[in-house]
Design a protein around this ligand. Structure first.
Ligand SMILES: NC(=O)C1=CN([C@@H]2O[C@H](COP(=O)(O)OP(=O)(O)OC[C@H]3O[C@@H](n4cnc5c(N)ncnc54)[C@H](O)[C@@H]3O)[C@@H](O)[C@H]2O)C=CC1
Ligand SMILES: CC(=O)C(=O)O
Ligand SMILES: [Mg+2]
Length: 438
């Protein structure tokens, strides 16, 4: 069977004695399972039942893990394996709901016809009033063509829908913004730009998501130029913002001056090139990179970076390594140099597991789960929508990165994504810059 990343919850009962949970987690780890959350479901005098969420490479590995737990004996049982991820997706993750209760005929006439016609006329006379009398000012389109869904590649827009719904759920949760997924059945820049422009009246902003390189660059540039509302390609700039924040925090902790550090990038697609441009604009003098595509290396050169001959050379030379290739396990532990900062940002699996990188001598290491654009895009859009800004500028993105770095505790590379304060501070920082500009 093809290797894939699967998450399952294993329901395990152990005798209520110290040491049994340790035995179970050791058995899971030794069989290759990657443990996430552990939730205690029931503690009795004799036995304890826990849900243990584990990531696997394949169904075969799941079976090996379950057999390893069962082989422990001594009253340790596997009660079942549940696929909570699929269960959570049944019926989708988002829905449109009415903010108003419609119980009486008076409600109906206010919300709908005939009352609504008055509001239509107000907007017809003064189109800018749509911002106040409709949901447009708080609604962002989340647009994909399905060509670079996480690191899964060109799996098409329909298969990418769960990611788009996820982004919409995050917009709602962290910024109170309605995100509407839009799946495009074309990757042709002319068609994509035309389609988005034709539907743009419905939205206060456009978040481009998981659109692969190089066509993402032209699409974003043209939309930014031609639309009067904020447009941002998340995989480029959302990622660049959180990566800069992580690098600022790593340098603060290690005493390295970021601007003088040698930064190396593995993978120069949408995320990689935007990170390069962001770091250079921040003042980093030396950016190097590798990519399997010559055209990507040409683009790096064009932005002032230096293509290197091999991954090994890059790992040897650089103080900070940022990987955005989508290739799990590309960085081998023996390539890590003592004291390096490793940001292996590919999802759903990183180029090297951070624990492995730290064991191999890295001073700091993180993957795409913790250094993730979820720390950036909700607050960035909240900020520009609050300010009524027509664009998202480089200065706003740097302000967002600094806000994230300021929220990061000492010794960490990124703040906790569920901390509402992070999203509030990003929004405030972006709104401040946007308001100065207006
Ligand atoms: N942590 C985060 O917040 C984010 C992580 N990412 C991750 O970054 C990865 C790339 O995403 P995009 O930039 O949107 O895709 P992309 O398709 O635009 O870029 C990938 C680049 O990696 C290069 N590449 C692939 N295999 C390589 C190899 N073996 N050696 C050197 N270069 C190689 C490709 O030629 C391409 O230029 C994905 O896994 C994605 O999940 C992307 C955005 C946000
Ligand atoms: C996080 C994200 O946007 C990605 O991996 O593509
Ligand atoms: Mg993405």
């Amino acid at each position: 069977m093809t290797a894939r990343n699967i998450t399952r919850t294993i329901i395990v009962e152990t005798p209520s004695r110290p040491g049994n949970l340790g035995k179970v987690t050791t058995a899971i780890g030794q069989a290759g399972g990657d443990i996430g959350d552990i939730t205690t479901i029931k503690i009795g005098p004799l036995s304890t039942v826990r849900d243990i969420t584990v990531q696997f490479e394949s169904d075969e590995q799941l079976e090996v893990v379950v057999r390893a737990i069962e082989a422990l004996g001594g009253g340790i049982y596997v009660h079942g394996v549940s696929d909570e991820v699929l269960r959570a997706h049944e019926g989708g993750k988002i829905r449109m709901v009415s903010k108003l209760d419609i119980r009486s005929l008076a409600d109906l006439r206010r919300v709908y016809t005939p009352g609504v016609a008055d509001v239509c006329r107000v907007i017809q006379e003064e189109p800018e009033k749509a911002r106040y009398y409709t949901s447009i000012g708080n609604t962002v389109a989340i647009v994909t063509d399905g060509t670079a869904i996480l690191g899964l590649g060109n799996i098409g827009p329909l298969a990418g829908m769960p990611v788009m719904e996820g982004k919409a759920a995050l917009f709602d949760r962290f910024a109170g913004i309605s995100g509407i997924p839009i799946l495009l059945d074309t990757s042709d820049p002319d068609e994509v730009v035309r389609t988005i422009k034709n539907i743009s009246h419905s939205f206060g902003g456009i978040l481009l998501e998981d659109i692969g390189s190089p066509h993402c660059f032209e699409i974003e540039e043209r939309l930014k130029r031609e639309l009067p509302i904020p447009v941002m390609h998340d995989d480029q700039h959302g990622t660049a913002v959180v990566t800069l924040a992580a690098a600022i925090s790593a340098c603060r902790a290690t005493g390295i001056e970021l601007r003088d550090a040698v930064v190396g990038q593995i993978g120069l697609g949408a995320a990689g090139l935007a990170i390069c441009r962001m770091f250079m604009a921040y003042g980093v003098k030396e950016m190097s990179g590798v990519d399997r595509q010559a055209a990507a290396l040409d683009r790096l050169r064009q932005y002032g970076g230096t293509p290197l001959g091999s991954l090994e050379e890059l790992m040897e030379k650089c103080d900070i390594v940022v990987a955005t290739t989508g290739v799990p396990g590309l960085i081998k532990p023996e390539m890590i140099r003592q004291g390096q900062v490793i940001l292996a940002l590919s999802n759903p699996k990183p180029e090297i597991d951070p624990v492995c990188a730290l064991k191999a001598g890295a001073a700091f290491a993180a993957d795409g789960r913790s250094v993730n654009n979820v720390l950036g895009f909700p607050g960035i859009f909240r900020g520009v929508l609050n300010a009524g800004a027509r664009d998202i500028t480089h200065e706003m993105l740097v302000a967002a990165a600094q806000a994230i770095a300021d929220c990061t505790s000492e010794g960490e590379l990124a703040p906790h994504p569920l901390d509402p304060e992070v999203h509030r501070r990003v929004a405030r920082a972006v709104e401040q810059v946007a308001s100065q500009k207006n």
